[in-house]
Design a protein around this ligand. Structure first.
Ligand SMILES: [Zn+2]
Length: 393
């Protein structure tokens, strides 16, 4: 039993150390996800993976998604509609590109030793000349949010159309008007070009895949927010409800002098708020009646089980060691909290000494004296239990 307890405390401490706040990415005002505007758009975000001229994931790409200014996305929708009438979907390789990604390109270009992807992306270009030839630059129009790299996919076959050279191939074969490609390949490039130009985009003579909105909304601004996805909006709504109801409940019992400013909500596995509770230590003369413990007890009653697997608990303050332990005993594996431990300390609530006591091996008798006594008699009880073969929880 002793060994089991110390393992459990280790888990508790690790859990406490690893519970960091999750900062959800929010798309800046004025930008949109390409696939929200164009449902049929395919994405192959090359800089999120390693199939690109560097051969590694590029800085600032946190999700395989494509972001554009709302204006560029709306114009791209016009082009996509024109193309769909002709039997094509669009496939986007890159759209908005954060400055940190461009910086990654620049640093890579300076490292002449790294030529891992040369054969596929720049076999005929000396890497030392990438800057002077204009393939790599300190700034990219993509960072202004209204430039997109794309190709066509034939709806009938689901296959990418043959454009004569691949995305990000550094060479004259990628130029508009090159004589290095077949008439059919040139015709394919022109299908894409005509739709994009009709929708308000300008071509880039050196790259058949690259288009910039002529009337771009941020002609002088280079953005650096990451390419990322927003947290699931349904979940955010539930979390917001949990926050509001937990605070409301805490405020009520606080004003009735029943307990401190602590509320908690249990969110069920189906994503709804199962119950809320608050701290009632004073009202119930119960030092263990913390919001989280009360919420766990209530949730167990509602669900008719001690096992709250799949549930999430929201607490207005970072749970104390007792509550963290109770949460773990309840088989809850996710905690979301409002105020930090230092915020609670600011108003006079301190849990630090309990964490320190546990971390230091429960040796500080000034906090708690722990001694063994009556083991044989207790072992007898344990033996009886094990003979009954009851459920272990
Ligand atoms: Zn607590």
């Amino acid at each position: 039993m002793r060994r089991k307890v110390s393992v459990w405390i280790l888990v508790l401490v690790l859990f406490a150390l690893s519970t960091a706040p999750v900062l959800a990415f929010v798309l800046p005002e004025g930008f949109a996800y390409v696939t929200d505007v164009i449902a049929t758009a395919e994405l192959e975000v090359r800089y999120y993976g390693d199939n690109n001229f560097i051969g590694r994931k590029i800085d600032g790409y946190e999700a395989p998604t494509a972001i554009l200014t709302e204006e560029a996305a709306a114009a791209l929708k016009i082009a996509a509609d024109l193309l769909e009438e002709q039997g094509y979907y669009i496939k986007v390789f890159d759209a908005y590109r954060p400055q940190q990604a461009v910086d990654h390109f620049v640093n890579w270009a300076k490292d002449l030793a790294d030529q891992q992807m040369k054969a596929l992306f720049y076999p005929d270009v000396d890497k030392s000349r990438l800057f002077e030839l204009g393939y790599i630059a300190e700034k990219s129009g993509h960072s202004r949010g209204s430039t997109v790299d794309l190709t066509l996919v034939e709806i009938a076959t689901g296959k990418e159309v043959d454009m004569g050279s691949g995305f990000d191939f550094f060479g004259t074969i990628s130029h508009h008007g090159t004589e290095l490609i077949t008439p059919e390949q040139e015709a394919n490039r022109n299908i894409l070009r005509d739709a994009m130009v009709a929708a308000g985009f300008a071509i880039y003579p050196e790259e058949w895949w690259h288009y910039t909105l002529k009337d771009e909304p941020y002609p002088d601004q280079y953005f650096d927010f990451p390419v990322d996805v927003e947290a699931d909006s349904g979940r955010m709504a539930v979390m917001d409800e949990a926050v509001i109801r937990a605070i409301e409940q805490a405020r009520k019992t606080m004003n009735e002098d029943l307990g401190g400013p602590f509320g908690a909500a249990v969110i069920d596995a189906d994503g709804t708020v199962l119950c809320v509770a608050s701290n009632t230590v004073l009202g119930d003369h119960d030092p263990t009646a913390h919001a989280e413990v009360n919420a766990i007890r209530l949730a167990g009653q509602i669900k008719g089980t001690y096992d709250l697997s799949g549930c999430t608990i929201y607490a207005t303050g970072y749970p104390c060691p007792m509550c963290l332990s109770a949460i773990i005993w309840a088989n809850i594996t996710e905690v979301v909290y409002g105020c930090r431990p230092e915020d609670a300390e600011e108003i006079g609530f301190r849990d630090d000494f309990i964490y320190r006591f546990i971390e230091d091996g429960r040796k500080d008798a000034g906090v708690l004296s722990i001694a063994e006594y009556g083991r044989d008699q207790c072992l007898e009880l344990f033996r009886e239990y094990s003979e009954l073969q009851k459920v272990i929880y």
